[in-house]
Design a protein around this ligand. Sequence first.
Ligand code: CUA
Length: 375
Amino acid sequence: MKSVIRAGIIFALLLFAMACSPESPQSTWDAHGPVAEIQKNLFLFVFWIAVVVFIIVEGGILFLTFKYKRKDDKLPVQTHGNLKLEITWTIIPAIIIVIIAIPTVMAIWDTQVMPEEENSLVVEAVGHQWWFEFNYPTEEVVTANELHLPEDTDVIIKIGSQDVIHSFWIPKIAGKVDMVPNHENELYIKADDPGLYYGQCAEFCGIVHAMMRFRVIVHTEEDYQNWLQEMRTPPEKLASGSDEDEGRKLFVGNCSMCHSYDSYKKGAYTKEIVSQYNRWEEWKNDKENSSIVSAPNLTNFGNRITIGAGIKENNYDNLVKWIENPDAIKLGTRMKNHASIYKNENKLTNEQINQIAKYLLSLKPSMESSATYNK
Ligand code: CUA
């Protein structure tokens, strides 16, 4: 029995150490932006006060337990209440609360300040079961599950949802803020260093909540401009008769009612926002019979790092498996319930699935990709 308890304690400590390691991709100990930094410092401040309180209180309990433990059968002096003690242990916690409250309120103010919209990058983040939509209204760019940001820039994330309540969280940069349908929340963020960061939905939102993730790619200003340029550039022309071109026909016929794939076109931004909204309305009004649902925009999909909202690396093998049976990777995705290619009479052959995967991977701008994030 003792060895089981010991093993349990060691295991728990190991888990604790792993969760707290700054190397872990979602560690809040490794802040890369002013908001995460403020949150981390506030946590550490409260943590060390709690450690001191813990040592004093637990030390006092242990000390008194041993010092005054029963030595004989004599009844100790009976007292009722001690005014001095009562006042002391009421005032000390009150002072501690004030000491904690001051930096807490300051941190709330500092992280809630919204910079001027004109001098900031505004991105709309929309939660869906179970993926993230990202819209750049000024840049007229729309993408999904991979948020691209320039470094050292004030960013205002306008946060909403088109079904249930989700939560937007980038542990190393900022968070978390609820994504609520029919209500806009705002989050100020700024990323200090270029790199790849993990984001996660932090509010239980249904069966695959835990697999509702996203990536944040922070670029240098130059790389960010390149990325924007790429998002406005059409993919390479496909040779007629190639697997990719056959895949394109299959995709247009079977997938494009829900997935947009050509938002590089002029005017496509408004069209995508409107159709995304309409897809939501249609699904909301008749969940059973709606033939289309909100789905990630796949423009320049070939440049994405992941598939399935941050679940698997974006490569040919994973993509084929995903199209074949998304449930095997992420149980509960809406794609399988709604796309006709999963109904017996319309099932795709293996060859057709391969062709669609090849087509999707070919969706990247014809210009030489200059952004460093995909390497
Ligand atoms: Cu979306 Cu949890």
